[in-house]
Design a binder for this molecule. Structure first.
Ligand SMILES: NC(=O)c1ccc[n+]([C@@H]2O[C@H](COP(=O)([O-])OP(=O)(O)OC[C@H]3O[C@@H](n4cnc5c(N)ncnc54)[C@H](O)[C@@H]3O)[C@@H](O)[C@H]2O)c1
Length: 337
């Protein structure tokens, strides 16, 4: 039985407490939050879970084998490090840390101590993303040519991170899950309309040298909520619209063939617009799958789908994007191991 302590009971923490509490093989032993008023809610809903504002209470409890960090990003590194050093397995909310140096240090500690280190990139556990992965792996879509995501709404301005660090981790983790190649560079632009200088509208382009391109549009300043990813393949195209209540994924038998005339000056494009179909998706709550993956990694030594590698790679992209924004969209190279 994995004994879990969850740090942070704000907006997202309650979803984690609910899912870990409902999981066979796990028990939520402690919830830790600096705000005591948040802990009062736990006492009523989960009478067997203890609460504290002092993390040491949870770390000193031998029943606690794993810690989940669900605080704002600026505290991820310090809390995760403390938990790893106390010998606990750690799950961190996305994005993993505020820098790749911090993420790499956590990875080194977890390896040295033989502990699981995982990041909650929840979308990798959705029925929609899993179905898209199957469609790509089976070859039905052909070679991927582009991945274009829009994640915009009148969003909650975060006090410690810009809109890319807040919203793009979802889409970057999906991109890396779907496409095995890794990009070579990024360029990004953005603008802040607040005194803290954190961008609330941003655009990120991710460049590969293997025939695909990816683009991300993120905003907290949009009058409408759009959560849409378009994936273009050489055989078919996919639209993933997460705002749709049921028909989230649509597969378009749409494409084109390009020929050029003899002197290659004139392009001849043949278009094809065929059927559209809506595949059936697994209905399980994504967070339940994520929680179960973490517990299985602890209990059985399996490698989680959303392990530290994805977490670190996403942070590397965000860090490079930040540098590019600072330099007005300059292309910034990224290296992955
Ligand atoms: N996976 C997802 O889809 C998803 C969705 C939303 C948020 N998140 C992530 O979850 C994390 C939390 O986001 P949120 O929106 O719930 O934030 P929030 O501000 O609503 O809640 C954070 C809570 O952590 C507590 N806290 C802060 N520092 C603490 C500390 N040092 N010790 C103990 N408690 C502390 C605060 O009192 C607060 O109750 C962020 O990393 C965010 O990116 C993930």
């Amino acid at each position: 039985m994995a004994g879990i302590a969850i740090i942070g009971y704000g907006y997202w923490g309650p979803n984690l407490v609910r899912n870990f509490s409902g999981l066979a093989g796990a028990s939520v032993e402690w919830v830790v939050d600096m705000r005591t008023e948040r802990l009062e809610i736990i006492k009523k809903q989960y009478p067997n879970t203890r609460t504290t504002s002092n993390l040491d209470d949870a770390l000193n409890d031998p029943k606690v084998t794993a810690v989940v960090v669900a605080t704002p990003v600026q505290y991820h590194y310090v809390l995760a490090k403390k938990a790893l050093e106390a010998g606990k397995h750690v799950l961190i909310e996305k994005p993993m840390t505020q820098s790749s140096a911090e993420a790499e240090e956590l990875v080194a500690i977890s390896k040295e101590r033989g502990l699981v280190l995982m990041v909650d990139h929840t979308f990798l556990y959705t029925g929609a993303v899993r179905k898209i992965k199957d469609l790509i792996t089976s070859g039905e879509i052909g070679d991927i040519q582009y991945f274009d995501s829009t994640r915009i709404n009148l969003g909650l301005f975060q006090p410690d991170i810009n809109v890319l660090w807040d919203l793009a981790p979802h889409d970057i983790s999906i991109l890396f899950y779907l496409i095995q190649d890794r990009p070579v560079s990024v360029s990004a632009t953005g603008i802040s309309h607040t005194p803290n200088g954190l961008e609330n509208v941003a655009y990120l382009t991710v460049n590969y040298n293997t025939g695909h391109i990816a683009h991300f549009s993120c905003s907290w300043s949009s009058p409408v909520k759009i959560r849409k990813i378009l994936i273009g393949g050489t055989k078919k195209m996919i639209v993933f619209d997460d705002v749709e209540p049921s028909e989230k994924v649509k597969v378009y038998d749409t494409g084109y063939t390009v020929k050029s005339d003899e002197d290659k000056r004139k392009l001849l494009v043949d278009y094809r617009a065929g059927d559209i179909y809506v595949p059936k998706l697994e209905q399980r709550e994504a967070l339940a799958g994520m929680a179960s993956d973490f517990v299985s990694a602890i209990e059985k030594g399996t490698t989680p789908v959303s392990d530290w590698r994805v977490g670190l790679e996403v942070v590397k992209v965000l860090e490079a994007a930040q540098e590019s924004i600072k330099n007005k969209g300059k292309e910034v190279a990224i290296k992955f191991d």
